[in-house]
Design a protein around this ligand. Structure first.
Ligand code: NAD
Ligand code: DAU
Length: 355
């Protein structure tokens, strides 16, 4: 397949949010699989962005870290010029729905204004631009339906609304300025280096600490849990052969309930089902996300992990990598956990069907 301009040998990628969960996995995937290119990670190093996510790679001559905010247009422009960037891949975001419910304005600053600043730099310098988006922009999807790329967006959380706004801006820059933009809308992703605010690492590390798993509401909400390496390979496929101006959904194509996920984590790590606690639900909680993925598969992308395999593999990583998550759970995560769960866990909710 022909390589799109800006991603073949000699390409220089600016990977924003490259110290976060998916961004760091993408950098590792890219350096393993695409020789002859260079990667500049541009990251604000928020609580979710951690240098140690790429610990073993920082000595490489083809990898460089620049600390900065994506909303700082002058700094982004200077970095792109100094590093001779050809391609901008935007992972940087505030990414957690619960945090967006508690403090939504930061989500507009980073996810909307920050993405807009990146688009302006890409327009000025003629860069290839890829926006990493989410299946949450389609909102709640009724049973039996699946959202395709042309379907209307109906986001229902401040996080999802900010990501939908960013998608619209990116696609508008293609229509108006002919900027070479692609967008991927990925499903719930699991794997190494995911901050423990998200359900999989929260549940895995809680089992390993002998603590309860706070399952929101009845636990029958459905998500398409995908392994991060599959997500990274899909983004690379779109960078290589996606069409400018096009959106590509990414997911396994099957869903699990959160209760299934909790049971799979417990079974993998030898935890007791009694650790599951039904707690008060998330406000505006979407029951189901489900996307049609034929378009990205037509580019040659193959999803290697089923949701159960992805969840099992990810849970095992936390069992083997306490060096990574224990300092987080015992450090800056404690205050968040107290705010988010202390009260909920003392006033348990009820599983479906109970009076
Ligand atoms: P994450 O929260 O783990 O990482 C976000 C990264 O962005 C961190 O390194 C953080 O320091 C950085 N960042 C935040 N604000 C910044 C700013 N203003 N300037 C520069 N850097 C900043 O997120 P993630 O789960 O890896 O998600 C990455 C992207 O993928 C996001 O855009 C998210 O919307 C999208 N996505 C995530 C999932 C998922 O399940 N995690 C699924 C689909 C799409
Ligand atoms: O669908 C893609 C999205 O997946 C990404 O865009 C987001 O960045 C990512 O955070 C994720 O969003 P979710 O809200 O689906 O993920 P989270 O891990 O927060 O929750 C997954 C499901 O688990 C959701 O139905 C809520 C439930 N949950 C979550 C937490 C944190 C619980 O039952 N208990 C919890 O403590």
């Amino acid at each position: 397949m022909a390589e799109a301009a800006g991603t073949g040998a000699g390409a220089v990628l600016l990977v924003t949010g490259g110290c976060g969960f998916i961004g760091s996995n993408f950098v590792r995937w890219w350096l393993e699989n695409v020789p002859g290119t260079r990667v500049v990670v541009y990251d604000k190093l928020t609580y979710a962005g951690r240098r140690e996510n790429l610990a073993e790679l920082w000595d490489r001559p083809d990898l460089h870290l620049m600390v900065g905010d994506i909303a700082d247009l002058a700094r982004v422009r200077r970095t792109c010029l100094e590093e001779r960037v050809t391609t901008l891949v935007n992972f940087a975001a505030e990414s957690h729905v619960d945090q967006s419910i508690a403090a939504p304005l930061l989500f507009t600053d980073t996810n909307v204004r920050g993405t807009h600043a990146l688009l302006e730099v890409a327009r000025e310098l003629g860069l290839r631009f890829h926006q990493v988006s989410t299946d949450e922009v389609y909102g709640d999807v009724p049973a039996g339906e699946r959202r395709a790329e042309g379907d209307p967006l109906a986001p229902r959380s401040p996080y999802a609304a900010s990501k939908a706004a960013a998608d619209h801006l990116a696609l508008a820059y293609h229509a108006t300025y002919a900027l070479a933009v692609t967008v991927t809308r990925g499903s719930n992703t699991v794997g190494p280096y995911q901050y423990p605010e998200k359900v999989l690492p929260l549940f895995a590390t809680s089992v390993l600490r002998g603590e309860p798993l706070p399952l929101y509401g009845d636990g029958l909400q459905q998500r398409d849990y995908m392994h991060v390496r599959d997500h990274c390979a899909a983004i690379a496929a779109v960078l290589r052969s996606g069409q400018p101006g096009e959106v590509y959904n990414v997911g396994t194509g099957t869903e699990l309930t959160n209760l299934d996920l909790a049971c799979a984590v417990l079974d993998t790590l030898g935890g007791d089902r009694g650790l599951i606690r039904h707690v008060g639900d998330r406000p505006g909680h979407d029951r189901r996300y489900a996307v049609a993925t034929g378009k990205v598969r037509a580019l040659g992308w193959l999803c290697r992990f089923t949701p159960i395999q992805a969840v099992t593999e990810a849970a095992r990583w936390y069992a083997e990598n306490g060096w990574w998550w224990r300092p987080i759970r015992e450090g800056d995560f404690r205050e968040y956990y107290r705010r988010q769960y202390a009260e909920r866990l003392t006033q348990p909710g009820k599983p479906e069907g109970e009076p």
